[in-house]
Design a protein around this ligand. Structure first.
Ligand SMILES: *[C@@H]1O[C@H](CO)[C@@H](O)[C@H](O)[C@H]1NC(C)=O
Ligand SMILES: *[C@@H]1O[C@H](CO)[C@@H](O)[C@H](O)[C@H]1NC(C)=O
Ligand SMILES: *[C@@H]1O[C@H](CO)[C@@H](O)[C@H](O)[C@H]1NC(C)=O
Ligand SMILES: *[C@@H]1O[C@H](CO)[C@@H](O)[C@H](O)[C@H]1NC(C)=O
Ligand SMILES: *[C@@H]1O[C@H](CO)[C@@H](O)[C@H](O)[C@H]1NC(C)=O
Length: 286
């Protein structure tokens, strides 16, 4: 009886651990750290004013807030991802951005537009705004990370790799979680002394170094859009097909070959997420 109880409890923990949608804590932390560093003066002061006092102006420390409220705000859980048709490897807003009941706009792209629009009322509203803009900022910061995680724009029938069991080296894992967390964590262990600060420093160095010539392109949206989540989503499903799903079937053992091919993709997605979060906030509060 006791054994059964322990088993049920452990299964429950495993279930909740695996059902967290989004980069793991480290991934979101990195995206928000990169972003906050790149804010204009006016965006930085708006963010500071909107953040809850107890976080001491540290956006990254609440970048996973949206995952923690998923059960309390049950309506928010379909806002973390997009399901695209199996094997098509492309994304279309009208076709794909909806929840399981077909409700349009209920997906991570719709949510990014939604919370960007809400934040645009910050400047206008001297009186009390109709939405909680602190929550809007925390949702936007989180979803900008999620939409850059390739498997958050994955196939419908495997729920973005959530139903594909693999081995990450010798441990059991699901493919979705490999991309949320394992690749980042193994990268930190192997190349950065298990210190996330070293990884963030290396990424920032590349933003001003090797990747500097691409940054303006990453930041820009066509027309005068404040943000362009459909573009970010399209990139993600292509990366999912080219890298995340590539060579993987149920039971695959993923080790060095897969890890070393995937790590640069993950690093680039994290950086783009951070750069674009900052660019969006700079346009919102500019
Ligand atoms: C938009 O934001 C409001 C307030 O948080 C929320 O109730 C609604 O579900 C959101 N919709 C989408 C598509 O993000
Ligand atoms: C806005 O949301 C935050 C986080 O959920 C909460 O702590 C705060 O009390 C809310 N503010 C208002 C005015 O409701
Ligand atoms: C920085 O860029 C170089 C050259 O493109 C690359 O080899 C390296 O892995 C990058 N570092 C990170 C942390 O992504
Ligand atoms: C973009 O904004 C500028 C300045 O506000 C305006 O002159 C231009 O017509 C806009 N372009 C489009 C495509 O909306
Ligand atoms: C997939 O397998 C091929 C052939 O073994 C290999 O060349 C390629 O690098 C692999 N791709 C990934 C992402 O592991």
């Amino acid at each position: 009886m006791g054994g059964l109880l322990v088993m049920i409890i452990s299964l429950t923990i495993v279930f909740f651990a695996e059902s967290t949608n989004g980069w793991g804590i480290d991934g979101h932390y990195i995206v928000c750290r990169i972003a906050q560093d790149r804010l204009s003066e006016s965006a930085a002061s708006a963010v500071k004013e909107l953040l809850p006092g107890y976080v001491d102006n540290d956006l990254a420390s609440v970048c996973s807030w949206a995952d923690r409220v998923k059960f309390r705000y049950h309506w928010s859980s379909p806002l973390h991802y997009i399901d695209t048709p199996d094997e098509l490897c492309n994304y279309d807003y009208d076709r794909d951005c909806k929840d399981e009941n077909g409700e349009k706009g209920v997906c991570v792209s719709g949510a990014i537009s939604n919370y960007t629009d809400q934040l645009l009322s910050y400047k206008a509203s001297s009186s009390s705004p109709s939405n909680n803009l602190t929550e809007a900022l925390l949702f936007l910061s989180h979803f900008m990370g999620d939409i850059h995680q390739p498997l958050h724009v994955g196939f419908t029938s495997d729920r973005g790799g959530n139903t594909i069991d693999v081995h990450w080296y010798r441990r059991k894992a699901v493919l979705h979680h490999v991309w949320d967390a394992n690749i980042i964590e193994t990268g930190e262990e192997r190349f950065y002394d298990s210190n996330i600060e070293n990884l963030i420093d290396a990424l920032k160095e590349n933003i001003t170094g090797d990747w500097a010539h691409q940054v303006t392109k990453w930041e820009s949206c066509s027309k005068n859009e404040t943000t362009c989540p459909d573009r970010y989503a399209s990139e993600s499903i292509v990366a999912a097909c080219d890298w995340a799903y590539k060579n993987v079937t149920e039971g695959s053992v993923l080790e060095d070959e897969y890890f070393l091919a995937s790590l640069p993709v993950v690093n680039l997605r994290l950086v783009k997420g951070g750069v674009r979060l900052a660019a969006t906030l700079n346009r919102v509060f500019g």
